[in-house]
Design a protein around this ligand. Structure first.
Ligand code: NAP
Length: 524
């Protein structure tokens, strides 16, 4: 397909007249055609009007029709073929195999949400039948179900051009909830976004859905992104990116006459605690695993292990030596954008020049313009606890090891770290008591706690939590990965004493949807 460089609004493809967007191949520094003429308020207005018009019909689609729509999007994405992964490689510098894997994950995610929609548990049907003879007061008939919030704005992430972009987890879960979606495409991969956006457009047409179910906008975040979140028809926001971008959108959403929820996934350094017995027994193997996780995708994962905590001594020294050797041997990898590369170098520079930080190792220097040279640094727990700047996320393959005097100091570090997506424990049986002591603190800090693994590689499943207290996310009560992500875009409605003919189908007598229901407090 020839890319047209257009915004996709409903079934149309149009040009904006604001600042141009053009992708840059980060491996070569060369710009990639076509130019996307960015949209502004007029295009936001058009997309939101269509989304609002589509909402009434789309939110009442049958479970089967909505599930088929999600499956059709997946099939249409697969039908694009190699053009999608080739364009993705050119726009992100990520390897072909990664793009192929991400396409599988994206389509798997859409199909998972199709199965979730069909199962209907998300409706959370509750029925408390009338008790006319109850004393001292009769009870009226009360029935509850969940409905989609309304049109949702989704901001595609730079680091997952497929799985967290136009048809990624935010879009899939919002569509599953019955919400039309307006995507603000990431400016780093507009071609990949257009290809996927057109696949969704085709799925909308094939499934005979109202065109406003999906639109894709390009343009500057500060203009079109802000206008989108401020639009009164938008009812929730999904975002993955920087803390500054996420907090700016939160402020806009809160300042609206009608404030709306923003689900922003922003910043996490994913502490890894090396407990003493595990460090003593298998520190070398842990160090090798750590370097693998650190370097994965040039460290451009929100779950990258950016902080390692252990008790100072020979075992931690041996870990640092092995990890340092691994980092020194690490080949440079191309980063996503010149901006991400610049921010990484600034972060690494701040650590390297910090008076209380020891430079352990740097990876190999690369040839290309945006090569990530891995970095490993060490600081004492006392210095870490006394300097908030040492907690700053360095997005890329950089990690800071914290030397603690003892296990109690590890506990103090755990208490002081900001909210995180993940916290990892490396532990053996002999560490169980220490781990038990840490666990209540870790639960307060992170959305996912792992033992003897690495935080990179997030499974898309029912039990996953990819969330956590601020600044990991803007709302710790939910997840942006896995089937529970659908709950971000739903709200309950209670129907009191409505006649059968007025009730939504899912709530009618005889359970026409065949979904699990809580009737008079009992699961049926
Ligand atoms: P970003 O700068 O936050 O941009 C993400 C999206 O939000 C883009 O579409 C951007 O629009 C928009 N945006 C940014 N600031 C905005 C604002 N004030 N108002 C409205 N929209 C706004 O993130 P990025 O480009 O992906 O990467 C930059 C940095 O973010 C990285 O260096 C890294 O530190 C961090 N990051 C973190 C994670 C994570 O998961 N923890 C993931 C990715 C990036 P434009 O098109 O105008 O840029």
């Amino acid at each position: 397909m020839t890319l047209e460089g257009k915004l996709l609004i409903g079934q149309q493809a149009i040009s904006g007249n604001q600042a141009d967007i053009q992708a840059v191949n980060p491996a070569t520094g060369k710009t990639l055609d076509p130019v996307y003429h960015g949209g502004g308020k007029a295009e936001v207005e058009q997309a939101c009007e269509l989304a609002e018009a589509a909402y009434a019909t789309y939110r009442e689609t049958s479970l089967e029709d909505r599930a088929v729509f999600l499956e059709t999007i997946a099939s249409e994405i697969e039908a694009i073929g190699e053009e999608l992964t080739e364009r993705g490689v050119a726009e992100t510098g990520l390897p072909e195999a990664r793009l192929q894997g991400e396409r599988g994950r994206t389509c798997g995610q859409l199909r998972l949400f199709a199965s979730v929609v069909r199962a209907g548990e998300w409706l959370d049907v509750r029925i408390d039948p009338a008790l006319p003879d109850r004393e001292p007061m009769p009870r009226v008939d009360l029935r509850q179900r969940h409905i989609g919030l309304g049109p949702v704005a989704v901001f595609g992430a730079s680091n997952f051009p497929l799985a967290f972009s136009v048809a990624g987890g935010d879009t899939a879960s919002a569509l599953a909830a019955g919400c039309p979606v307006v995507v603000k495409g990431h400016s780093a991969h507009p071609g990949t976004s257009e290809l996927v956006g057109r696949a969704i457009q085709r799925a909308v047409a094939k499934c005979n859905l109202p065109e406003g179910v999906f639109s894709l906008l390009f343009g500057s975040g500060k203009e079109i992104g802000q206008a989108l979140v401020a639009d009164p028809r938008i009812q929730a926001v999904g975002f993955t990116g920087s803390r500054s971008g996420g907090t700016a959108l939160m402020a806009t959403a809160q300042a609206r006459p009608q404030p709306i929820p923003v689900y922003a996934e922003m910043s996490s350094i994913n502490p890894v605690f090396l407990l003493p017995e595990a460090l003593k027994a298998r520190g070398k193997a842990i160090a090798e695993g750590f370097v693998g996780s650190l370097n994965m995708g040039a460290g451009q994962f929100c779950t990258n292990p950016g902080l390692v905590i252990g008790v100072k001594g020979a075992d931690l020294d041996a870990f640092i030596d092995t990890a340092g050797e691994g980092v020194k041997g690490s080949a440079a990898q191309t980063m996503l954008t010149p901006g991400v590369h610049g921010a990484y170098n600034d972060g690494i520079g701040a650590l390297a020049n910090h008076p209380n930080v020891r430079n352990v190792a740097r990876g190999q220097a690369g040839e290309g313009p945006n090569a990530c040279q891995s970095g490993l640094f060490v600081a004492s727990a006392t210095d870490f606890l006394g300097d908030e700047a040492l907690q700053a996320e360095v997005f890329g393959a950089s990690s800071l090891v914290i030397e603690c005097a003892n296990v109690d100091e590890m506990q103090r570090v755990a208490s002081q770290v900001e909210g995180q997506l993940t916290i990892t424990l490396h532990m053996d049986d002999g560490d169980l008591a220490t781990a038990k002591q840490l666990l209540p603190t870790l639960e307060r800090k992170a959305g996912r706690i792992l033992a003897n693994g690495w935080p990179t590689g997030v499974e898309v499943c029912h039990a996953m939590v990819h969330g956590g207290p601020y600044p990991a996310t803007s709302d710790s009560r939910t997840t942006s990965v896995g089937s529970a992500a659908i709950f971000r875009f739903l709200r309950p409605v209670c129907y009191q004493a409505l006649p059968e003919g007025l009730l939504p189908e899912a709530l009618r007598d005889g359970n026409p949807y065949g979904v699990s229901r809580l009737v008079d407090g009992k699961r049926e």
